[in-house]
Structure formats: structure tokens, C-alpha cells
Design a binder for this molecule. Structure first.
Ligand code: EPZ
Length: 415
């Protein structure tokens, strides 16, 4: 099994280029199956989740050609509405096949999705949406099955602005009869990227990026070319790495309007952030002020950057509080950070972070963003760290060790 060996203490300097967003690429790959003709996707990150989703749709009969960061998908040879059971369990986003196949075929079947172990992760809101559109839903022994003679648009209020449920309902409604209105919808940029792709395919969608999305179903969609938006979470992780190591890094290929909540927090802590057209420069070598952070749906502070900013908060002068409101079990990195000397106390959904000096240790990754936090901590830990189970990290960061090495970190991947 692979691991990272990191010798902490180097300041990061230089330029790092951010890849396309994983969480936009996944639903957009699924959406290509709605079309009658091939699509060509650009800036697709090369990640295990992406490869697994491509393999799922390949096994469903689609012709999928991956070449570097481009993926060409021809859905004309699709021959089943069912996903491979074992592969589908490997990633959360396999559930987007449900919305797509229901719209295209009136039938869909998949195993309950996997993904990071960060909470209960129910899909009740997805199923509520499919039912409202007229689908019969059955859930037996971990297999979800959907059937509908015809999907008919409806008004759907989401109890919580779930990203996955909003996306899945949008996918299904894009080819339903009549109008669907999703109220209290998610506003995440990745959802907007999907809506933009669906729109160029011929879908009629209004309001993506607001909490009310209106979809007028159409009879058919055409494959198109599309470039995926930059990954705001990868960008945020490198911005925090620059701040943490008291470095000076230009993070290229970032849409700064997508990370306003992080920029605001870094400013509040006393860091220097320069926003430019093609990216953002982060530098800082003074003392850092403590701040409180509360994770929220977009445009609030992203839960996917919670573990990373926690590491930065160990380096401030005072005490900070992080409140995690999105996931119920997203403090699993805390025990590992404590092994590195972090002074953190958990109280329910809140973490109290006090100033501490970190030192190298042997630590184990429990989920994707927890892994990113451990890599960051190792960059400033005194001495050497060994980070195990890095396959979790590789689900969301393409070549993280090469990028950090390029900025001056002492990091290597060992088999
Ligand atoms: C997406 O997950 C992302 N994953 C997650 O990123 C991210 O943490 C999350 O959105 C929030 O931003 C992908 O895009 C593939 P949700 P998703 O549905 O869609 C509850 C990463 O690190 N909920 O918005 O699964 C749920 O339990 C990953 O890249 C229900 O109760 O998130 C959670 O508490 C991890 N019922 C909250 O909503 C439902 O039917 C947010 O979930 C669905 C969700």
C-alpha cells in the first residue's frame, strides 16, 4: 500500500495549477448519457472516482475514451439501465446514474452508493424527488430501483439544500414532461456547471445558482463539448498550504468568486491575498489571528475545506472554534492531528482549536479531506511524517505530492 513521507519545515513558493472540479466532472460525465450523440469533456481531473464512474458507464455499454484530461463519451451503444453493483459502491456519485437512466429509460437500478465515511449519507431527498416526478421507488438489500412509465414535472421542496439531490432531480427533470420547480435547491458552483452543460445540450433550466431552479422538460438532448470549472476545493487546499508554510504561492486556474468565504477567512487571519484574473496569490509571514468557522451550504464556508483550515488554526495566536453543520461525522482527522501534537477538543459538532506546535508522526488517512489535512499538517510538522492509506487522498487530488514537491515541499510517495 502506498504512503507519503513528508519532512516538514519547507516554505512553499511558486505557481501551482488547479485541475477541473471532481464534483462537477462526475455529474457531467453522467449527464452525457442523456444525449443522443457523443460529448467531449475537457479538464476532467484524472482521479479514481472519475475512472470508476467512466468504467461504470463503459460497462453499461457506452463508448468511453479517456485521454489525459479529455473524455469522449458516446452513449448510443448503451444497453442496460443497471450499474455494476460492486463498482457503484465505490463512489458516491454513482447515484447520478439513477436520475439519468430514469429520464432516458424510465428505469434505473444501482447499489446504494459508497464514498467517504463522513456521516449517515442518506439519499431520501433524491428518492423524494424521483417519487414526486412519478417514479416508483424500491429499496431492497442495498439496491435502489426506479421505474416510471412517464416522468411528469412537479414542485419539489428540499428539506435541506442537498447538492446530490438537487443535481439528481435536475437530471431527471430535464427530460420529464412539463415544468419542475426545485425549491430550497443547492447553489454550489458544480451544480451550476452541470446546468450550463445541460443547457448547451438543449435543456431548459433557469435559476441554477439560486435556491429555486425551474426546469422545463425537453424530448431529446444532444452531446456537446464542455470544459469543467476549476476545483475550488483543490484551490483552497493549496491556498491554505501557502498560508500554513508562510510561503508565497500563485494558485492558477481559480474562479475567485467560488472561494469568497475562504478568502474572507484568510484575510481575517491577517494573510495577504491578491485576486487576479487567472488565479489568486497567497502570502504571509506575520502572526495569524484566530477566527471562528462555521461550515454551511454554498456560498457559506465549505465543509470540504474544514479539516484543512483546522490545521491552519493550530498556528494562530489564540483559540478558534469550528462548527461543522453539514456532515455529522467529519472530525475524524482530529485524532490523527492530535498524534502530531495538535491541541483540539471536540464537543459534539464543534471543535475548539488552541495554538500548538506540530511534529512529524505516523498517521492514517480516514477520508479524502481528512487526508488533505494530514498532508498539510505534515508540511509544517517538525521532523518526518508517514501518511498511510493515501488512496483516500488520491480520490480527490490529482498528483498532490508532485504539485507540493514543485512548490518546494519535501514529500515523496512510497509504494
Ligand atoms: C457533495 O456531497 C459532495 N460530493 C461532497 O464532497 C460535499 O461534502 C457535499 O456535497 C457538501 O458540499 C460530491 O459532489 C460527489 P449533500 P453530497 O447531499 O451531494 C444530508 C468531497 O470531499 N442529506 O449536499 O452527498 C447529508 O446527510 C465530498 O469531495 C440528507 O439528509 O452532499 C448531509 O448531512 C465529500 N438526505 C447533507 O445533507 C439526502 O437525501 C449534505 O449532503 C441527501 C443529503
Amino acid at each position: 500500500m502506498s504512503k507519503f513521507i513528508v519532512n516538514g519545515g519547507n516554505s512553499l513558493e511558486g505557481l501551482v495549477k488547479i485541475n477541473g472540479a471532481k464534483n462537477a466532472a462526475l455529474p457531467i460525465i453522467a449527464a452525457t448519457l442523456l444525449a443522443d450523440t457523443p460529448s467531449n469533456l475537457k479538464d476532467i481531473p484524472i482521479l479514481r472516482d472519475v475512472t470508476n464512474l467512466c468504467e461504470i458507464i463503459r460497462r453499461m455499454g457506452a463508448d468511453v475514451k479517456q485521454s489525459g484530461h479529455s473524455v469522449e463519451i458516446d452513449p448510443r451503444s448503451l444497453n442496460t439501465y443497471e450499474t455494476d453493483k460492486e463498482l457503484a459502491k465505490k463512489l458516491r456519485a454513482s447515484y447520478y446514474i439513477l436520475g439519468v437512466m430514469l429520464a432516458k429509460n424510465g428505469e434505473a437500478r444501482t447499489s446504494l452508493p459508497g464514498g467517504c465515511n463522513i456521516g449517515n449519507r442518506p439519499i431520501d431527498l433524491h428518492l423524494k424527488g424521483f417519487k414526486a416526478l412519478g417514479a416508483d421507488v424500491s429499496l431492497n438489500h442495498g439496491i435502489v430501483e426506479l421505474k416510471a412509465n412517464k416522468l411528469i414535472g412537479d414542485k419539489i421542496y428540499l428539506d435541506y439544500p442537498s447538492v446530490g439531490a438537487s443535481i439528481n432531480i435536475m437530471l431527471a427533470a430535464s427530460m420529464a414532461e412539463g415544468k419542475t420547480i426545485i425549491e430550497n435547491a443547492a447553489r454550489e458552483p458544480e451544480l451550476v456547471d452541470l446546468a450550463n452543460f445541460l443547457t448547451v445540450m438543449g435543456a431548459k433550466i433557469k435559476g441554477a445558482g439560486t435556491d429555486i431552479i425551474k426546469i422545463e422538460g425537453v424530448d431529446s438532448l444532444e452531446g456537446r463539448e464542455h470544459r469543467i470549472i476549476p476545483d475550488r476545493i483543490e484551490a483552497g487546499t493549496f491556498m491554505i498550504a501557502a498560508a500554513l508554510t508562510r510561503g508565497d504561492v500563485f494558485v492558477k486556474n481559480v474562479l475567485t468568486e467560488h472561494i469568497k468565504s475562504l478568502i474572507a477567512k484568510l484575510h481575517e487571519m491577517g494573510l495577504e491575498i491578491k485576486e487576479e484574473i487567472s488565479g489568486v496569490r497567497v502570502s504571509g509571514n506575520g502572526r495569524l489571528d484566530s477566527v471562528d468557522v462555521k461550515t454551511l451550504p454554498y456560498p457559506g464556508f465549505p465543509t470540504d475545506l474544514q479539516s484543512q483550515i483546522m490545521v491552519l488554526l493550530t498556528q494562530t495566536d489564540g483559540t478558534s472554534i469550528i462548527k461543522e453543520t453539514v456532515w455529522e461525522n467529519r472530525f475524524m482527522h482530529v485524532d490523527e492531528l492530535k498524534r502530531m501534537g495538535a491541541d483540539i477538543t471536540i464537543d459534539g459538532h464543534s471543535a475548539l482549536i488552541r495554538a500548538s506546535n506540530l511534529s512529524g508522526a505516523e498517521v492514517t488517512v480516514t477520508d479524502l479531506r481528512a487526508g488533505a489535512a494530514l498532508v498539510l499538517a505534515a508540511l509544517i510538522g517538525e521532523g518526518s511524517s508517514e501518511i498511510r492509506k493515501i488512496h483516500h487522498v488520491e480520490r480527490g487530488y490529482e498528483g498532490i505530492e508532485e504539485k507540493l514537491y514543485g512548490l518546494g515541499a519535501d514529500i515523496k510517495r512510497v509504494e
